[in-house]
Design a protein around this ligand. Structure first.
Ligand code: NAD
Length: 255
């Protein structure tokens, strides 16, 4: 029997990178999957990949910074599949600016806080409402190594990812006796479009690429699947005594 046979698993940010790998891994392990993102075209491709594996999936467009869209995402999940067993909240942005804290513009601060922090809280809030009704569930939020330590020149990202761990720990304590576990993953450099094409454009910047690789003691970046594997383990019955944990997935960077 597969670990997630006929479970209902929701992934935000599922059109790309870590979220995409997580959605497909859930399906490979037997789950029916809700693929959610703002990028509909890429999300539909993920849905097709999951259907080709013989599992059910549908795409729901949701900007996690919009409360009503998050509520709708959870309603659609329950209306279609009847319940919500596991949720992995991977949607997030890294911003486009590299500026010190005292120069950071307010609009760019708010954009990251609204998506990475408030958006993740909306997701956790509505996921918990459903899981409390059902009497159980598992939630994983993708924070970052920047949720554990400071990161220069990107204060809203760092603050938002620290905040995600605060959400996870608070909700974990509240629900520890309610058969609901909630944990965070804190990756260092993972080879996804966010890091290759995003703020530091590693794909076009050999020096920054080398620095990103050298951050890990393994002298390589992580792969999306290596984060997805941890997310699935945190959602599975192999980690039943783990809640409120923020786990570095870092190729030894924090060793
Ligand atoms: N790649 C890394 O090195 C790394 C390291 C640490 C943490 N993370 C975190 O991992 C998560 C996934 O990142 P990734 O590397 O897979 O990036 P990615 O850019 O490949 O994927 C992120 C996905 O989130 C979606 N998204 C963006 N804003 C959204 C919104 N408002 N509502 C819904 N969806 C939205 C994007 O459309 C995209 O499909 C993010 O939260 C990121 O901060 C990534």
């Amino acid at each position: 029997m597969k670990r997630f046979e006929n479970k209902v698993c929701l992934v935000t940010g599922a059109s790309s990178g870590i979220g995409r790998a997580t959605a497909i891994s859930f399906a490979k392990e037997g789950a029916n999957v809700v693929v959610s993102d703002v990028n509909e075209a890429a999300g539909e491709l993920v849905v097709n990949e999951i259907k080709a594996l013989g599992k059910e999936a549908f795409f729901v467009k949701c900007d996690i910074s919009q409360r009503a869209e998050v509520e709708n995402m959870i309603q659609k999940t329950v209306k279609t599949f009847g319940r919500l067993d596991c949720a992995v909240n991977s949607a997030g942005i890294a911003g486009t600016l590299s500026l010190p804290t005292h120069e950071y513009p307010e609009d760019a601060w708010l954009q990251q806080i609204n998506i990475n922090l408030t958006g993740t809280w909306y997701c956790v809030k509505y996921q918990l409402i459903e899981m409390l009704k059902q009497g159980g569930g598992n939630i994983v939020c993708v924070s970052s190594a920047a949720g554990l330590v400071g990161q220069p020149d990107n204060v809203p990202y760092c603050a938002s990812k620290h905040g995600v761990i605060g959400i996870v720990k608070s909700a974990a304590i509240e629900n520890a006796t309610k058969n609901i576990r909630i944990n965070a993953i804190c990756p260092t450099a993972i080879e996804t479009p966010m890091i290759m094409e995003g703020r530091r454009k590693l794909a076009h910047n050999p020096e920054a690429l080398e620095a990103a690789i050298n951050l890990q003691r393994m002298k390589r970046m992580g792969q999306p699947l290596e984060v997805a594997d941890v997310a699935l383990w945190m959602c599975s019955d192999q980690s039943t005594f783990i809640t409120g944990h923020a786990m570095a997935v870092d190729g030894g960077a924090f060793a």
